[in-house]
Design a protein. Structure first.
Length: 452
């Protein structure tokens, strides 16, 4: 069967590459000629571990191709996967322009019966609308059907998440579509949940929003832990042994980012509101996350009063490790606030600097290593738990910083370790360690004693 994938972002490109890996013939369509040439050479336009190898291997084997010629690609396709973006509109609703652009190209060009498979995250009911549109507009007397097939891959682990997915969800309205999709996915040997289109669309939102809720819940418990002298890391560990809770997504931090959770929580909330229903848990999830982003900034402000003229080291820029994606990364608004306060910023990230430079080309300095970042700094903020940052010994902060005061938004260090060091360490859901401050006080006392 001939498979065409529209869109070569995280969802489209990984879907296409992985389907070719299990033996299908796949053509990926994109509008950007340069991108297409790059992909033909096995170079992925997005940073995603393992993807370059997949592109090269399957392109060389003749199973995976890339083109800007959508007319030819759609003409005789049996299946067309739509994996284009559905960004957030200003009011929180999902923007479906890219999806419908692809639909227009499909109806203008298909000459064979085909199944259009929507992988993009779309509001509940959209697949029905897409089918209505396609059936109404299609030329050439072709039979088109639509199936929902939401994607659950995470950035940074997209290839593994796809090749070893925990489940595949297919939303279909006919046996024919179900049989075809089961055939497509046979090679993965993964559990398939078959349901109707609206339930499939809802499974995607409910899954992402539940994970976001889990994070916001842990962030709130973390904030309360600080007030009552509990330690969120131990609390999460203690909870994780209960299989009903599980041990994933219990990490408190400075909030979730990325291209999915912020957008999908707002989209579902908007959708329910539009029907006159308030999703209270989702509303709270969004509010808690918004507040959490600035938690460490507020603590730094409380401690210093003014941050004007202070040298601030920023470690980690991307919304999570393993990706160069900065969408909704907490680093971006925090850097804005720090700059507005008059701080001087030096920033480091193992892969995110080029993208960050597009947002802050000249207002901050960029460093090549964590060590260079920390040199003579008054404060360090950790926004992403990259291995290069987590594995940095605390003695480096002690030795290189002017005043070793650390605000760690990802709990990279164990409290026990920080207590053994001459640092001040603020983290999430754990009592601050103020060894450096104590040391300073002692020094002052000694100076006074000597002076007397
Ligand atoms: C998320 C989902 O995990 C995927 O299943 C889904 O397919 C994808 O969205 C999507 O809809 O396309 P992703 O946004 O790539 O994937 O990243 P996650 O690993 O889920 O992390 C999202 C954010 O949550 C990150 O900022 C991360 O730092 C934060 N997070 C994650 C926490 O703060 N605590 C945790 O315990 C886990």
């Amino acid at each position: 069967m001939k498979i065409v994938v529209a869109g070569t972002g995280y969802v489209g490109l990984v879907t296409g590459a992985c389907l070719s890996e299990i033996g299908h013939n796949v053509t990926c369509v994109d509008i950007d000629k340069n991108k297409v040439e790059m992909m033909k050479q096995g170079i992925s336009p997005i940073y995603e571990p393992g993807l370059d190898e997949l592109l090269k291997r399957n392109h060389d084997a003749g199973r995976l191709d890339f083109t800007i010629d959508y007319r030819n690609a759609y003409k005789d396709a049996d299946l067309i996967f739509i994996g284009v973006g559905t960004p957030e509109r200003e009011d929180g609703s999902a923007n479906l322009d890219y999806v419908f652009n692809v639909c227009k190209q499909i109806v203008d060009n298909v000459k064979n019966d085909c199944l259009v498979v929507v992988k993009s995250t779309v509001p509940i009911g959209t697949n029905d609308k897409i089918e209505e549109y396609l059936k109404e507009k299609v030329k050439n007397n072709v039979n088109i059907e639509v199936a929902s097939n939401p994607e659950f891959l995470a950035q940074g682990t997209a290839v593994v998440d796809t090749l070893y997915a925990k489940r595949i969800v297919i939303g279909v309205e006919s046996k024919k579509a179900e049989v075809l999709l089961r055939e497509v996915y046979k090679g993965y040997n993964q559990p398939i949940v078959a349901t109707n289109r609206r339930s499939a669309e809802m499974i995607k939102y409910a899954s992402n929003d539940f994970l976001a809720l889990k994070i916001s819940f842990m962030n709130e418990i973390a904030n309360f832990c600080e007030m009552v002298g509990a330690d969120i890391e131990d609390v999460a560990k203690g909870m994780s042994f209960d299989p009903r809770i599980g041990d994933k997504f219990l990490n408190a931090g400075i909030g979730y980012g990325g291209s999915c959770f912020p957008k999908d929580t707002k989209a579902l909330h908007w959708l329910a509101n539009d029907r006159g229903y308030e999703l209270k848990t989702i509303k709270a999830t969004i509010e808690v996350n918004e507040n959490q982003k600035y938690k460490l900034f507020r603590q730094a402000k409380n401690r210093f009063g003014s941050l004007k003229g202070l040298k601030v080291a920023v470690l980690g820029l991307t919304f999570k490790p393993g990706t160069d994606d900065l969408r909704e990364a907490p680093s971006i608004p925090n850097v804005r606030r720090l700059l507005d306060e008059g701080a001087q910023i030096v920033a480091y990230d193992p892969v995110g600097i080029d993208n960050f430079k597009r947002i802050y080309p000249s207002e901050i300095t960029y460093a090549n290593t964590p060590e260079e970042t920390l040199k003579d700094a008054d404060i360090a903020f950790i926004f992403t738990e990259w291995n290069e940052i987590k594995s940095l010994n605390l003695s480096v902060y002690e030795e290189l910083m002017y005043t070793p005061i650390i605000f760690d938004g990802r709990n990279c260090y164990k409290i026990k370790e920080t207590k053994e060091r001459n640092v001040d360490y603020y983290s999430i859901g754990r009592k601050a360690v103020l060894n450096f401050e104590k040391h300073l006080e002692k020094e002052k006392e000694m100076e006074v004693a000597i002076g007397q």
